[in-house]
Design a protein around this ligand. Structure first.
Ligand code: E4P
Length: 216
């Protein structure tokens, strides 16, 4: 399972890279906006230099023509840029054209298996089901991952399931059990994945015993 980091923050990306756990990065307009008055293309270029894997940069146009114009500019930034298009009919139209041009697309804002089926048919490289936002409204985000994995297996679709809107370490474990290809994870949850109270307790005991022992 690949791990992407779900952030546009360069410091978080640097720290996660140093952990040696990161295969790519996803950004979205809200994450970019958190970084203040940055130059979008320069910021994406910096991320692409820091991380050798796929870096998702999201279009903000709502019509396919606008998406194609933006995405073609983003694709010039670096060879590892993946264009993120919304799961709308316009987004799917743009996805098909990007696919024919040899540009990878991450189709985002997916909330149903039917939508995921359309994204695969349009030739998306990644589908991003937002599980946390489904859980937030009382629906079962993980069931959606299970359904999409099953449908893609049934037809040998090449589109990779990229679990998005992750809210807890269990989302990652459950996605891994279902065979999702990628999870995009906020920095805080990458840290939480490594943490267990019994590890901390055990380490404290080992450290105390070692200090008491006088061994040199
Ligand atoms: C990543 O591709 C998505 O944009 C992101 O995971 C959404 O997460 P959120 O629901 O926490 O905003």
């Amino acid at each position: 399972m690949k791990f992407f980091i779900d952030t546009a923050n360069l410091s978080e990306i640097k720290q996660a890279m140093e952990m040696g756990l990161i295969d790519g990065v996803t950004t979205n307009p809200s994450l970019m906006a958190k970084e203040g008055k940055i130059d979008f293309k320069k910021h994406i270029a910096k991320i692409c230099e820091m991380v050798p894997g796929d870096i998702s940069a999201e279009v903000t146009s709502l019509d396919s023509e606008g998406m194609l114009k933006e995405g073609r500019e983003f694709a010039k930034i670096a060879s590892n840029v993946v264009i993120k298009c919304p799961l709308t009919l316009e987004g799917l139209k743009a996805t098909r054209i990007f696919r024919e041009e040899g540009t990878k697309v991450n189709v985002t804002l997916c909330f149903s298996a039917a939508q995921a089926l359309l994204a695969a048919k349009a030739g998306a490289s990644y589908i991003s089901p937002f599980i946390g936002r489904l859980d937030d409204i009382g629906q079962n985000g993980m069931q959606l991952i299970s359904d999409i994995v099953q449908i893609y297996e049934n037809y040998d679709f090449e589109t990779q399931v990229l679990v998005a809107s992750v809210r807890s370490p269990m989302h990652i474990v459950d996605s891994a059990l279902l065979g999702a290809d990628v999870a995009t994870i906020p920095f805080k949850i990458i840290q939480q994945l490594a943490t267990h109270p019994l590890t901390d307790k055990g380490l404290d005991a080992f450290t105390a015993d070692w200090k008491k022992s006088g061994i040199k």
